[in-house]
Design a protein around this ligand. Structure first.
Ligand SMILES: NC(=O)c1ccc[n+]([C@@H]2O[C@H](COP(=O)([O-])OP(=O)(O)OC[C@H]3O[C@@H](n4cnc5c(N)ncnc54)[C@H](O)[C@@H]3O)[C@@H](O)[C@H]2O)c1
Ligand SMILES: O=c1ccn([C@@H]2O[C@H](COP(=O)(O)OP(=O)(O)O[C@H]3O[C@H](CO)[C@@H](O)[C@H](O)[C@H]3O)[C@@H](O)[C@H]2O)c(=O)[nH]1
Length: 328
């Protein structure tokens, strides 16, 4: 039996592949390489380059390789892009996930693990957010992911499929052994942009808004190390395999850092200051987004290993340095 990882050439998926391999799983990757990289796939012999909505290809992989579970990372991930091009997100994240789920049902796949997002919550307050608060996504990206959660809920009720949907908070850092990291071109994520600034690849970093009702006026986020997130998927797989019932769970550490705190951490890791400029608020940014991770800890027994902002940042910076050499 094998585990099929869609989007396994991308940032989070490639880290999940490493974790699954270290747990002894037989891992296959399906990726169209639109934003991922074939060199990031640690099982090149098991990489299928193709689209998640290619029914013929899916039917063949599922049958020939006896796919027991699908871990679904493939998708489009840029929130502001989803506002200007919503139909791209409803196609790649929602409609194509529907095709993939159908292929799983037809092929008798038993378990499905899905990359959802804290963006399904929308404007959360300052308190840590639990899974059962009312959901009010404010971007097409968040809606596109929430619709997939709902498709999974309804499919699991009607068919022999169990699922875990993990709502990721702010993912950052890279493989502690330096094999892979966040390699996306034109990334907009705070820690990546700050690391590029520290390395002189960008002249300065903008802080989007310093007038939020937070401790220092900048936005607060719950940053989770990508390797801890990857391990949560392996735990989810074992949970479902052992008969666990379908579950939606937050994946974050449960405490937040402000943009200013993150930038100070980057300066510590780099050993020098970086140029920071004040900029207006970015459209659609909630002041504070912090998870309540009680459910994932209890249901999956998930215990983070890298719950330390300085460590997350130092791994991100180490990877960014390596990537700079690689791209030279
Ligand atoms: N990065 C974050 O902070 C974050 C937060 C919450 C949720 N997520 C979710 O996690 C998942 C992975 O995100 P990431 O940051 O690794 O992004 P990424 O862009 O690095 O990875 C996505 C991968 O999917 C592939 N892909 C895209 N569309 C495809 C298709 N139709 N068929 C086959 N392959 C396709 C891409 O080539 C890429 O390798 C996404 O579903 C994203 O929505 C990410
Ligand atoms: O150059 C920058 C980049 C970001 N920020 C701020 O840093 C914070 C974090 O921003 P970013 O790293 O872009 O992440 P988010 O916008 O919080 O969104 C991420 O985290 C969400 C979950 O919380 C996921 O749903 C999204 O996919 C993922 O992009 C926000 O306040 C931004 O305004 C800056 O001030 N300057």
């Amino acid at each position: 039996m094998s585990v099929l990882v869609t989007g396994g050439a991308g940032y989070i998926g490639s880290h999940a592949v490493i974790d699954l391999l270290s747990a002894g799983e037989e891992v296959l990757v399906l990726d169209d390489l639109s934003t991922g990289f074939d060199w990031a796939v640690q099982v090149p012999e098991n990489l299928y380059v193709g689209d998640i909505a290619d029914e013929t290809l899916l039917a063949r992989i599922i049958a020939e390789r006896k796919v027991e579970a699908v871990i679904h990372f493939a998708g489009s991930v840029v929130v502001p892009e989803s506002v200007v091009n919503p139909l791209k997100y409803y196609l790649n994240n929602t409609a194509k996930s529907r095709s993939l789920i159908e292929a799983c049902v037809k092929g008798g796949v038993k378990h499905f693990i899905f990359s959802s997002t804290a963006a399904v919550y929308g404007m959360t307050g300052e308190a840590a957010v639990s899974e059962d608060v009312p959901l009010n996504p404010i971007s097409p990206y968040g809606v596109s992911k929430l619709m997939t959660e709902w498709m999974l809920r309804d499919t699991a009720a009607a068919h022999e499929l169990t699922y875990v949907a993990l709502r990721y908070f702010n993912v950052a850092g890279g493989d502690p052994k330096g094999r892979i990291g966040q390699s996306t071109t034109n990334a907009t994520h705070l820690i990546k942009v700050a690391c590029q600034t520290a390395l002189g690849q960008r002249p300065y970093i903008d802080v989007f808004g310093e007038d939020y009702p937070t401790k220092d006026g900048t936005c607060i986020r719950d940053y989770i190390h990508v390797s801890d997130l990857a391990a949560a998927h392996t735990s989810a797989l074992i949970y479902l395999r052992n008969g666990g019932s379908s579950l939606v769970a937050n994946c974050g550490y449960g405490h937040g850092f402000s943009v200013r705190e993150v930038l100070r951490s980057v300066e510590r890791a780099a050993g020098h200051s970086i140029e920071i400029r004040q900029a207006p608020r970015r459209l659609g940014d909630p002041a504070s987004v912090v998870s309540n991770p009680a459910r994932i800890k209890e249901a999956l027994g998930w215990t983070p290993n890298y719950d330390d902002l300085d460590m997350i940042v130092s791994h991100a910076l180490a990877w960014e340095t390596k990537l700079r050499e690689r791209n030279r």
